[in-house]
Design a binder for this molecule. Sequence first.
Ligand code: SF4
Length: 425
Amino acid sequence: MKKYTIISLGCPKNLVDSEIFAANAEAAGLQYTEDISQANFIIINTCGFIEDAKQESINTILAASQYKNSAEHPKLIVTGCLVKRYLPDLQKALPEVDHFVQLKDFSYFSQLLNSKNTNKRKLLTSNHYAYLRISDGCNNFCSYCAIPYIRGRLQSKPIPELVEEAKILAKQGVKELIITAQDTTLYGTDLYGEPKLVALLEKLEKIDGIEWIRLFYLHPAHITSAIIDKIASSPKILNYFEIPLQHINDEILLSMNRKVTRNRIEEIITEIRTKIPEAVIRTTFIVGYPGEDEAKYNELKEFILTNEFERIGVFTYSPEEGTPAYSKKTQIDSEIAETRKDEIMSLQQPISERILSHFVGKKMKVLIDGPATESNFILEGRSYLDGPEIDGKVLLTEGKAEAGEIVDVEIIDNWEYDLIGKIVK
Ligand code: SF4
């Protein structure tokens, strides 16, 4: 039987596309292999939204093309956001690619494999957690972001289709459903004329088998008390708020077209901390954005030190042609941006360690992911604090459990970003 492998780069939204490409490959009779040297078809789903991601995509294509001379003489198929953004340049620069498939063009892909296309998904995550992409595209047009020009305007998926998709995932053993989009808070405005995230969550939390619902990409400009109250009252929706703030200085927020002010951001944080004291706030910041002088950077630093977020990610501004920020005169030197990123991450480390130390001696629910990457003799899992791939984890030094089980764990120690615990069934 012929085999395929798929390399999915970028964000969870892109991973959902990869899962549909994988299902189409299997509909064509191909068998999945993780071993690229065994593959007859190598599929790369690229990311193309910032410089580092673009470079990683190119490097991955070049590395994969090395296998073309192997006994299998694999076909190299490249798709994704980089293709959407730069197809003509890629066609010239990368003759080793056999087929370029446009973003989400599943029917052309299945034609290449002489097969009929499907919208099913073959999960590429572990079988016990999966992403539910509730919409694609974005109407926000933040000044630094190329995504609306790659993925287009907001397209929400109808509630009944999402409920059906989630039910299929639950039947496949998915316990943790991770809600993703470019902006989950605006879900439904294009389809129903008003945001429908809460209405959707009310349907999803009724699905048997789904035990945890985690929300990603809550845009601060569109977070409402109704969303916070829904999270606060739901037994299944985790007290985990992934809110990309990007900055805190009002001039920068305005220049970024984030449609939110420092005041409103602080109101949201206060409302969350008041209504859900054990809430986890994960956020991301961009440093080195045009116009971010020393004073504005210090304001951001102070804000991070004062608010003590459980989880943060920091990116350096990446000038992207075609975005409004690209032509701004007040560009910041990339070395300064790198220094600022490193400084904030070094300030965050002791904050994270102190926050995690508060869990020592406490009991928590942990979803087992499997043997730890550090050692096969211990297990690892995630608590409500940990989104997959982006946050920390819980290392389990005692007790047995299967991947996909949600177990009670007593926390006995912590590191900067991870907790250590023992299973107490
Ligand atoms: S919300 Fe802003 S940063 Fe996020 S995808 Fe939309 S335009 Fe880009």
